[in-house]
Design a binder for this molecule. Structure first.
Ligand code: PLP
Length: 462
C-alpha cells in the first residue's frame, strides 16, 4: 500500500484478476480477460499513484475532467458533510439547497438567456436531454415533422442510444446499432484535411456550405437541432476554422434549427472560461450541455442549460402545462451538486480560469514544438487541451494504416508510462487535458517526456 494507514484489502494481482474477470469496461473487448490496465490507487494534485507508489502525471486529466486535481481535502469534506446532512431526495417531489444554488450559479455563468437548468447524471444524459427537449419543443409548437438532428463526423456526444446516434467517430468502427434515420452527419471539419493549396478561409466556406447543403437536402422543416462541440475532443481535438461556429450558429438561427453546444469538455476552465461558446467562439447557443469538469470528476453530474426563449415559446404556443417526461433518479443529486458548488468555489478562489489563460501560450508552444519530429503529422489544441497526431506510415490509405497507427499510439503510451506520464492514446493520437492546476515546470516535464518518447518511437518505426 502507498499509504500505510490505509492498507488495501486485496493484492494488486487480485484486483487485476477480478477486474478482468468481472468488470466489463467502457470500450472493452468481449474477450478482454488478459487486459493489463494500470491500477490506480491514489491521486494527488496532477499525479496518479500506482500500487508500487510510482507517480504519473495524468496527461488526460482523468477523462478531460479533473480540473482541480486529485486529493482535495475540502472537496472530500464538502461531499461528506452533504452526505451526512441529506444524502438524497427525490427530484420529482422535493427542492433542496445544493441543487437550487447550483442551478442559479450555472444560470449566472452561462451566456445569454440560458437560465433554465436540467440536471443529468453525466454528459450522455445531458446530451440525451437536450435532444429530447428539442423534439418536445417542436411537438409543442405543432411541428411534429421537425425532428431530425444534424451532427458532425468525428463528434463524440456519449453512449446512451440517442447521444451515440449523433456520435460519429467512424474510425473506431461500430457494432452497436444507432438511430440512423434521425441523424445526418456533416463531413469532417478538421482544417488539417483541407486539400493542398486551399486556404483555411476557403475551407471554412466549404464546411459552412456543407451545413447549408444538408438543410436544403432535408428541408429545415424536418430538422430540429444541430449539435456541435466547440472543439471536438474525443474525435482528436479538432479545432474549427476561425468563424466557423459563428457562421453555423447564424445559419441555424435563420433556419429555425436549435443550436446545441456540447460543452462537456470545453466548459469549466478547459479553455480558460466557465463556458467557451460565447467567450471563446462568440456564439450564444440555444442549449448548452456540460458535465465532466463541473465536479472535477469527484462525483458524476451533468447539466443541460436551456434558453428562456425556448421556454417562453412553448408557453406562447399554449404549452405551459406540458410535462417534459424526462428525468433521472439522480437529477440534482444533493451530494453531487454540493461537489459542483465546491468545485466552482475552488476554481474561482484559486483563479484557475486566469491561470489557464496565462499558461495557454506556453502549453500550446510546447505542443507545437513536437512537429519537429517527422513522425508527427499534426499538433493542435486550444487552452489546456492538445493533441499530437502521429503518421508513422504516410502515403498509405487510412484503412491500411490503422494497425500501424495503433502501434504508434501504443508505443508512445508505453514509453511515456515508463517515464512517468499517462497519455491514453486514441489510435495514433495522444491527447492532453491535464488538471488545470498544472504549473509551468510540470507542463515542461510533461512535454519533455513526450518529446523523448516520440523520438524513440520514431527511431523504431521510421
Ligand atoms: N459529450 C462530449 C463532448 C464528451 O466528450 C463526452 C464524453 O467524453 C460526452 C458528451 C459523454 O459524457 P459522459 O461520458 O459523461 O456520459
Amino acid at each position: 500500500s502507498v499509504n500505510p494507514e490505509t492498507p488495501t484489502a486485496i493484492s494488486p494481482e487480485t484486483v487485476q484478476k477480478w477486474d478482468n474477470r468481472h468488470f466489463f469496461h467502457p470500450w472493452d473487448t468481449v474477450g478482454g480477460e488478459d487486459a493489463d490496465r494500470m491500477i490506480a490507487v491514489e491521486g494527488e494534485g496532477i499525479y496518479l499513484i500506482d500500487p508500487d507508489g510510482r507517480r504519473f502525471i495524468d496527461g488526460p486529466g482523468g477523462m478531460w475532467n479533473v480540473q482541480i486535481g486529485y486529493g482535495r481535502t475540502e472537496m472530500a469534506e464538502a461531499i461528506g458533510s452533504q452526505a451526512m446532512k441529506l444524502a438524497y431526495h427525490s427530484p420529482w417531489a422535493f427542492a433542496s439547497e445544493p441543487s437550487a444554488l447550483l442551478a442559479r450559479r450555472l444560470a449566472a455563468m452561462a451566456p445569454g438567456d440560458l437560465k433554465t437548468v436540467f440536471f443529468a447524471t453525466g454528459g450522455s444524459s445531458a446530451v440525451d436531454t437536450a435532444l429530447r427537449f428539442a423534439q418536445f419543443y417542436n411537438n409543442l409548437r405543432g411541428l411534429p415533422e421537425k425532428k431530425r438532428f444534424l451532427a458532425r463526423e468525428k463528434g463524440y456526444h456519449g453512449s446512451t442510444y440517442l447521444a451515440a446516434s449523433v456520435t460519429a467517430k467512424e474510425r473506431d468502427g461500430n457494432l452497436l446499432d444507432t438511430e440512423k434515420r434521425l441523424v445526418h452527419f456533416l463531413p469532417n471539419i478538421n482544417p488539417y484535411l483541407r486539400p493542398e493549396g486551399m486556404s483555411v478561409e476557403d475551407w471554412c466556406d466549404a464546411k459552412v456550405a456543407d451545413l447549408e447543403a444538408a438543410i436544403s437536402v432535408y428541408g429545415a422543416d424536418t430538422i430540429a437541432a444541430y449539435i456541435s462541440e466547440p472543439i471536438m475532443a474525443s474525435g482528436g481535438v479538432i479545432v474549427p476554422p476561425p468563424d466557423y461556429h459563428r457562421r453555423t450558429r447564424e445559419i441555424c438561427r435563420e433556419n429555425d434549427i436549435l443550436y446545441i453546444s456540447d460543452e462537456v469538455v470545453t466548459a469549466f476552465g478547459r479553455l480558460g472560461h466557465w463556458f467557451a461558446s460565447e467567450e471563446v467562439f462568440g456564439i450564444v447557443p440555444d442549449i448548452i450541455t456540460c458535465a465532466k469538469g463541473l465536479t472535477s470528476g469527484y462525483l458524476p453530474l451533468g447539466a443541460t442549460l436551456i434558453s428562456d426563449r425556448l421556454m417562453a415559446e412553448i408557453c406562447d404556443a399554449g404549452g405551459e402545462d406540458a410535462v417534459f417526461k424526462n428525468g433521472y433518479t439522480y437529477s440534482g443529486h444533493p451530494v453531487c451538486c454540493a461537489a459542483a458548488l465546491k468545485n466552482i468555489e475552488i476554481i474561482e478562489r484559486e483563479g484557475l480560469l486566469e491561470h489557464v489563460r496565462e499558461l495557454t501560450p506556453h502549453f500550446q508552444a510546447r505542443l507545437n514544438e513536437l512537429r519537429r519530429h517527422p513522425i508527427v503529422g499534426d499538433t493542435r489544441g486550444m487552452g489546456l487541451v492538445g493533441c499530437v497526431e502521429g503518421h508513422p506510415a504516410p502515403g498509405m490509405s487510412e484503412r491500411e494504416r490503422l494497425a500501424i497507427d495503433q502501434e504508434f499510439g501504443n508505443r508512445v503510451d508505453a514509453k511515456c508510462e515508463a517515464m512517468g506520464l499517462i497519455v491514453r492514446p486514441l489510435i495514433n493520437m495522444c491527447v492532453f487535458s491535464p488538471p488545470l492546476i498544472i504549473t509551468r515546470p510540470q507542463i515542461d516535464r510533461m512535454f519533455d517526456i513526450l518529446d523523448k518518447a516520440i523520438g524513440q518511437v520514431e527511431a523504431e518505426m521510421m
